[in-house]
Ligand binder design. Structure first.
Ligand code: CTP
Length: 361
């Protein structure tokens, strides 16, 4: 704890809550080289919250307290988690300090946006959630993934196709599977773009989200992001049909139509075939109520995929909305039946298989 930190919470309280020894002084009782020892022992260092003053001092390489001296002695990955007033965060000097720290190899998180102290309204400056910080640490410590530095493009969720200004056609996809894949790919060091329809789960930390509503919007977003992608994973459930015309005002009950004429939407995966970079690994999903494997194999061929994830609709604990899924991974050379797993575990296994494909390219 720095001197500043101890103004907010006492070291004794912190020690009581964590059950860990709290270090505060460069010249602690009897141990002159604590900063060297702590730096050598650490696999990772997380400075959270990091004040504007800390950013300035770390950017200058100061060593006049235990934390700053320890940072200079450290060779492990360092995560700095800024938290301060939004005006202080946007001051050009702080912007320079954060940029300089990144150049020096420190990982500097972006502060979260939200209500700030002193009734200053909303702005970037809040300390990110502990879960987001933990996810960053996981990514920092993970080494050796072939996805590290790769651009992974994931789609998730349903689309909405308007009938009139207040009604739409959609499906029950919640986006859980695609979001689990995006989170897992980011933790492996990938640069992740998530093209998301309306989701019922939050966007994971670190993932760059592009929000879309219709299948046409999703097709456009995918076409824009695919140009430098290494991997495309189409986990979304875009609508296959849209109303042929959209009523400009709310359709009144008294004028209920007998039928709504539908037109096909773009098959997004198929539309990417001509735009795919040569090395792209393309993965699709197949959601079926009947003849699962036959239909999935046909989609693998028709959409020219490296792999398709076959899953069933309408079965408890599988497919839309569930936290678990039972899938078969099908590639042109083989099939792998997986047991009932959490969607997080399905995501990890899928990425393992994608890494194997990347290894062969
Ligand atoms: N997909 C797509 N564009 C659409 C519909 C689906 O890119 N308009 C993608 C899905 O994201 C998935 C794959 O195509 O990766 C298969 O989707 P699925 O709904 O199982 O099959 P469809 O191609 O829609 O065929 P059908 O509805 O006849 O089963």
């Amino acid at each position: 704890m720095t001197r500043g930190a101890q103004q907010f919470v006492g070291a004794v309280t912190f020690e009581g809550v964590t059950g860990r020894r709290v270090h505060t002084d460069l010249f602690e009782s009897g141990e002159a080289l604590a900063h060297i020892r702590l730096a050598r022992e650490a696999r990772a260092i997380v400075v959270a919250p990091a004040t504007a003053d800390f950013l300035a001092r770390a950017a200058q390489g100061r060593a006049d307290d235990l934390l700053s001296a320890m940072l200079l002695a450290a060779r492990c990955p360092v995560l700095i988690v800024p938290a301060m007033n939004d005006r202080m965060w946007s001051h050009p000097q702080t912007v320079l300090n954060a940029a300089h720290l990144r150049e020096l190899g420190y990982d500097v998180m972006e502060p979260a946006v939200g209500p700030l102290a002193y009734d200053e309204g909303e702005g970037p400056g809040r300390m990110p959630d502990p879960e987001a910080i933990a996810a960053h640490v996981e990514r920092m410590l993970r080494t050796g993934s072939l996805l590290d530095g790769k651009h992974v493009l994931v789609t998730a969720g349903a689309t909405r196709e308007a009938i009139d200004p207040v009604r739409f056609i959609s499906n029950s996809s919640t986006g859980k599977m695609g979001v689990a894949i995006a989170r897992a790919a980011w933790a492996r060091g990938a640069d992740v773009t998530l093209v998301a329809g309306p989701l019922e789960v939050p966007i994971p930390a670190g993932v760059r989200a592009m929000h879309v509503t219709t299948a046409a919007d999703m097709a456009q977003a995918v076409a824009g992001a695919i140009t430098d992608a290494d991997v495309l994973i189409m986990a979304a459930a875009p609508a296959d049909f849209r109303p042929s015309s959209v009523a400009s005002s709310k359709i009144k009950k008294a004028n209920a139509p007998d039928a709504i004429a539908l037109s096909a939407t773009t098959d997004i995966l198929a539309s990417t075939i001509a735009k795919r970079p040569a090395k792209l690994i393309a993965v699709g999903f197949a959601l079926e109520t009947n003849s699962l494997l036959e239909n999935a194999r046909a989609k693998l061929a028709a959409k020219q995929l490296d792999m398709i994830v076959a899953n069933r609709a309408g079965v408890e604990g599988e497919g839309f909305g569930a936290d678990t899924n039972r899938v078969t991974l099908i590639s042109p050379t083989g099939e792998e039946v997986l047991p009932l797993l959490t969607k997080d575990d399905v995501a990890e296994l899928l990425l393992d298989r994608i890494e194997a494909l990347l290894n062969g390219r």
